[in-house]
Design a binder for this molecule. Structure first.
Ligand SMILES: [Zn+2]
Length: 252
């Protein structure tokens, strides 16, 4: 089973390739591409939060708790929160992720369970999509895609590790097929996971629809304002103060 080091290296390579491709080929702004690459690298650690080998669980949960509120800054702005409200919301989200997720992991997860599966990758991507709002719809899909890609890279790496080149051709370990899977052996976790996938899918789709409509509305308004500037002038305009350069008056 690949440990923490193999996973962080693997997902970092995938993330760097993903970011570089988006930057060079897709014309993505370099900061957005870099954020996607970083999130892909970090997301490659998430499946082993269920107690994978050599996994610094506390560290990783703390890191996620810090990153999630920062991803949501634009969302806070969309909600019209003042800066004080943003700080409070960020602190609340930090606490929920830091302690809520730890509690869930300690009580309800088991290694190579449903957290280590394709539906879990979908849930993580949907959550990233809902957290990260951008004026450019493509950037949202790119960021959510980065998280899914990092998650999947972990599962694929686990499967590759299960096939080792032995002395007489490839050998398949017992763990083969337990990482990249669509459902676990137990029924209830599967039902819950797929229920969450569907619910988040509906929420994310309606959110994307609304956000993109608002963005196109704003673009339309800006375009109109450029075409007909006099129609979009504010009613009251403060008088322009004339600052004239006057020579200093010295008392004589
Ligand atoms: Zn794993």
């Amino acid at each position: 089973m690949p440990g923490f080091r193999a996973h962080i290296i693997g997902s970092s390579i995938v993330g760097a390739g993903y970011g570089a491709a988006a930057w060079y080929l897709g014309g993505m702004p370099p900061v957005t591409a870099a954020l996607g690459a970083g999130l892909c690298a970090a997301s490659g650690l998430l499946p082993d939060l269920d107690g994978g080998e050599g996994m610094p669980v506390q560290e990783t949960v703390g890191f996620a708790a810090a990153i999630v509120p920062m991803l949501m800054i634009q969302r806070f702005q969309q909600w019209g929160l003042p800066i004080e409200g943003m700080i409070l919301a960020a602190a609340a989200i930090y606490a929920v992720v830091r302690f809520g997720l730890t509690w869930l992991l300690e009580n309800y997860s088991k290694h190579r369970g449903i957290l280590h599966s394709v539906p879990a990758a979908a849930i993580t991507g949907q959550l990233a999509f809902l957290a990260f709002v951008s004026a450019e719809p493509l950037h949202r899909y790119f960021i959510a895609g980065a998280v899914v890609l990092g998650f999947l890279s972990h599962l694929v790496l686990d499967e590759i590790w299960a096939v080792r080149q032995g002395l007489f051709g490839p050998k398949v370990k017992k763990s083969f097929g337990t990482a990249l899977k669509f459902a676990g052996p137990e029924i209830w976790p599967n039902l819950v996971a797929y229920g969450i996938v569907v619910a988040l899918g509906v929420i994310a789709a309606s959110d994307a629809h609304w956000t993109e409509r608002m963005a196109s509305y704003r673009q339309h308004m800006e375009h109109s304002a450029r075409l007909y500037p006099q129609a979009y002038q504010p009613q009251y305009q403060p008088p322009q103060q004339q600052y004239q350069q006057q020579p200093y008056q010295f008392r004589r």
